[in-house]
Design a protein around this ligand. Structure first.
Ligand code: HEC
Length: 154
């Protein structure tokens, strides 16, 4: 009886230590995922910035600069952002909404829309038509907001 008790105490201790080792690993993974998706978003913002200022007339329209930024955006849009959202990856600093995992297909669709529109933007700007470029820039920007509205806090 005593022996059986000590075995189960040992087992419980072992399970506990495995449990904390696993959660430490998971937390490491969580932070990496948060960093990864944040990094992607910051890069999107970086390339959207000059195009947005040109669209608003805050800086002169420069076809070559616009094209460079549009191509860079289309390039980073090809990276798989979705791997940065493992199931339930949330902490108090994250602005991600739980709806992402409740409606994963919807989230994927929002990402695909962004990929499609940014790719299209790179194609349109290459043709040199300013009006068409600015119209397509607007469509691209809408895909950022389209996802944020549904899946990001604030
Ligand atoms: C498929 C959905 C989706 C698309 C498309 C998307 N975002 Fe986000 N974005 C998010 C989510 C979700 C967060 C919150 C992530 C978190 O805090 O864990 C976020 C956060 C951000 C942040 C804050 C990043 C930080 O950590 O400081 C910026 C900036 C941002 N997005 C810019 C953009 C821009 C610009 C675009 C379009 C060019 C874009 N996003 C497209 C879903 C998206």
């Amino acid at each position: 009886m005593v022996k059986r008790l000590s075995v189960s105490v040992c087992l419980a201790a072992l399970l506990l230590s495995i449990g904390s080792a696993v959660s430490a690993t998971e937390n490491k993974g969580l932070q990496a995922a948060l960093d990864f998706r944040s990094a992607n978003m910051i890069i999107y913002k970086w390339y959207m910035g000059p195009m947005g200022r040109m669209a608003k007339g805050e800086m002169p329209y420069d076809q070559a600069l616009f094209r460079k930024n549009a191509e860079a955006l289309a390039t980073v849009a090809r990276l798989d952002l979705l791997t940065g959202f493992p199931k339930g990856s949330l902490d108090e600093d994250s602005e991600a909404k739980p709806e992402i995992w409740e409606n994963w297909t919807g989230f994927e669709e929002k990402f695909k829309a962004f990929q499609k529109e940014s790719e299209k933007l790179a194609g349109v700007v290459a043709k040199g038509d300013r009006t068409a470029t600015l119209a397509q820039f607007k469509n691209t920007g809408k895909t950022c907001g389209g996802c944020h509205k549904k899946f990001r806090e604030k």
